[in-house]
Design a protein. Structure first.
Length: 405
């Protein structure tokens, strides 16, 4: 349920969650998904404040973990209307990149937040194992220029923090069972993945609970709390880095994955060679499928091989049928551009032959002439022709006078 699909400790976030963006609030899938969204909001705030008040770095890191899910969901809701707007003259490729830019900003924020939490936990662990207790006490009394983490290095997190951890586990377990119930009824893989996500968050809460209890039960093990924070911050860094990389690759127009290509091919084949074939006995071959992802939109390019004798009308009919089928059956497809090649040509066509080589020199590719100058030169040329014609007329007149003489 994140802004860009990524794997996170064995589960997958779905970027195009229809239950999150649907306006049908009476739908069970929409309702449980929205409840999960508000639960992430409440837990991110509660765990962040509680971790600060109760001196638990594991709890603060867990708050950042909840924030990763919350920020991704909010971004999806905020950008879905923009990304689905139709293209315009100024934006012929649509507005999907707005979502990719927003995803890059949020994922970068989470990445650096996770790195900050990781550094803070590492400083606490370093202070616990390598600094003299007297030095730590002195730092606690006079402060330290590197931040407050050293001053709390040997402080035991408050036992009251366990109630927040227990509450997190309880809420996430309830969300897991409630979401999985709807997923099984709907046979929805998106909701099932979302349910597993809640279960993993519950497991993260168990890590926080174990770290706080261990630090309170055995004072010698106060390092368990920053160690738990280090583990959870590593999960946040992994999720933030994966999302950041995915967003950068989307902005760089990386090709769509094989799963989407396979879905496009299957739907196109149903039109071209299946029971719904419209090619009137002539088999149309699918030579190439490519495309890019723009936000939650897929911009597809296809190359089809057709018989040489086909007319423009024949080709146009196939193109419309393929576009309608693929656009209606493959979620997220917003544009299908088809290129036709002769079927008799066996060798594969260079799919990059539409691009102009980058080594074209200015002499072979001059800048276009100014339109006003071109018109002016054209007028001068016309005047020159008139003068030239007028001169011919005068010469002819002189010759006639000579003949009259």
């Amino acid at each position: 349920m994140a802004t860009a699909s990524h794997r996170h400790k064995g589960h997958k976030h779905h970027h195009d969650n229809p239950y999150l963006t649907s306006k049908n609030k009476n739908d069970a899938g929409v309702r449980i998904t929205r409840i999960g969204l508000f639960a992430n909001l409440g837990m991110a705030v509660a765990k962040g404040a509680g971790g600060y008040m109760f001196n638990s770095q594991a709890m603060i890191a867990d708050a950042w973990h909840s924030l990763t899910d919350l920020a991704s969901d909010v971004l999806t809701l905020a950008t879905v209307s923009w990304s689905l707007k139709p293209p315009t003259e100024k934006f012929p490729m649509g507005f999907g990149k707005i979502e990719s830019l927003g995803s890059l900003g949020v994922s970068s924020m989470l990445l650096f937040g996770g790195i900050f939490m990781c550094m803070s936990s590492c400083e606490s662990l370093y202070a616990h194992f390598f600094l003299d207790p007297a030095a730590v006490a002195h730092i606690a009394e006079h402060g330290h220029s590197h931040g407050h983490s050293h001053s709390h290095a040997h402080m035991v997190p408050s036992i009251h923090a366990i109630w927040l951890a227990i509450g997190t586990i309880g809420i996430k377990e309830w969300l897991y069972h409630a979401t999985m119930k709807v997923a099984k009824e709907r046979k929805s893989s998106v909701l099932a993945s979302n349910a597993v996500h809640h279960r993993v968050d519950s497991a993260t809460g168990l890590v926080t609970l174990a770290a706080i209890l261990g630090a309170n039960v055995a004072p010698a093990y106060t390092w368990l709390d920053p160690a738990g924070g280090l583990l959870i911050s590593a999960l946040v860094i992994r999720a933030g880095w994966t999302n950041t990389l995915t967003s950068l690759l989307e902005l760089a127009d990386r090709s769509i994955d094989d799963e989407i290509k396979g879905s496009v091919r299957r739907q196109a084949m149903k039109v071209l060679s299946g029971p719904e074939a419209i090619s009137e006995g002539h088999e149309v071959e699918i030579r190439e499928i490519s495309g890019i992802k723009s936000g939650q939109n897929y911009l597809i390019d296809m190359e089809l091989a057709v018989p040489n004798a086909w007319t423009v009308e024949d080709i146009r009919g196939v193109e419309d049928a393929v576009r309608t089928r693929v656009g209606g059956k493959v979620r997220g497809v917003r544009r299908v551009r088809v290129r036709f090649v002769p079927k008799d040509v066996v060798q594969p066509t260079d799919k990059f032959d539409e691009y102009i080589p980058g080594d074209v020199s200015p002499r072979t590719s001059p800048e276009p002439e100014d339109e006003n100058n071109h018109d002016h030169d054209h007028d001068d040329h016309d005047h020159g022709d008139d003068d030239h014609g007028h001169g011919h007329k005068q010469d002819n007149k002189k010759q006639d006078n000579k003949k009259g003489r």
